[in-house]
Design a protein around this ligand. Structure first.
Ligand code: HEM
Length: 236
């Protein structure tokens, strides 16, 4: 390709790029990744004070994401990646084009994200009720029936962590599959926020990502931290 044609292609790509992942969603994602790595590391190193602190960070992020799924940027809203019968039918008929213009999460991606959010929530809630009978107990452990604490401790340590790890590995494999087999890089949009629609002629709604929506996200993050503080502190 000549330098002129290359420049023309790049200019056209820049012109057609659509903001898909707003800054709050991207920060949510990468902070979640860092916290989960920290949670696994602290659990295996026996640094349980840090494990509990990072668990609170994950809870703040999850509460924030639940609210952001209702009021956030267009493509971050739950309505955009809900596995409705219409969406499933469209994905079955045209698997390569199930997002219509190649933006947002594909159906398998959406399903894995719902699974990850639910398993993460279960992991945090079971952690709050866990008790190792030696030195560490979650803030809810003494507030719920003993049998529930025992069940939650078992789930947290033996089932939940493997479920979560399995989903994270699946997520990584899917992202790599898109990169290596389908030649579609999903990672850079999760960094800079923009994607190139597959059908540039179709109307594409961008996610709102201006100063006002970022300020709203900051307020919601602080509110999520306050709710987490209340939820984890009431037993103290
Ligand atoms: C602990 C590990 C991880 C967790 C728990 C996780 C979780 C998530 C979640 C919840 C979403 C949905 C974002 C949203 O709508 O809020 C997502 C999307 C995404 N993640 Fe991860 N992630 C992890 C690691 C990674 C890594 C290591 C990469 C790449 C190097 C990655 C790349 C992506 C991409 C590209 C998307 C967007 C997928 C799409 O375009 O549909 N993730 N991840």
């Amino acid at each position: 390709m000549s330098a002129g044609a290359f420049l023309h292609q790049k200019t056209s790509e820049l012109k057609h790029r659509v903001r898909v992942w707003d800054l709050p969603t991207r920060l949510f994602h990468w902070l979640l990744v860092a916290s989960i790595i920290g949670m696994f590391a602290s659990a295996y190193l026996g640094a349980l004070d840090w494990h509990m602190r990072l668990g609170c960070v994950v809870l703040v992020l999850l509460i924030f994401r639940l609210v952001w799924g209702l009021v956030g940027g267009h493509w971050s809203r739950f309505a955009q990646f809900a596995p409705t019968p219409r969406r499933i039918w469209r994905a079955l008929r045209r698997p390569a084009h199930d997002t219509e213009v190649g933006l947002g999460h594909s159906l398998p991606g959406a399903l894995s994200i719902w699974a990850m959010l639910l398993v993460l929530l279960a992991q945090v809630v079971s952690g709050l009720m866990s008790d190792d009978d030696i030195a560490y107990a979650g803030p809810w452990a003494q507030r719920v029936p003993e049998a529930l604490t025992a069940w939650m401790t078992d789930y947290h340590a033996h089932i939940g962590q493997w479920l979560l790890l399995g989903l994270v590995v699946l997520h990584g494999v899917a992202v790599l599959f898109y990169l290596l087999v389908r030649k579609e890089n999903l990672i850079s949009p999760m960094m800079h926020g923009d994607k190139l629609p597959t059908l540039t002629s179709s109307p594409c709604t961008p996610s709102r990502d201006d100063l006002l929506s970022r300020m709203l996200a900051l307020v919601l993050l602080l509110a999520s931290a306050a709710v987490t503080w209340w939820l984890t502190g009431f037993a103290a």
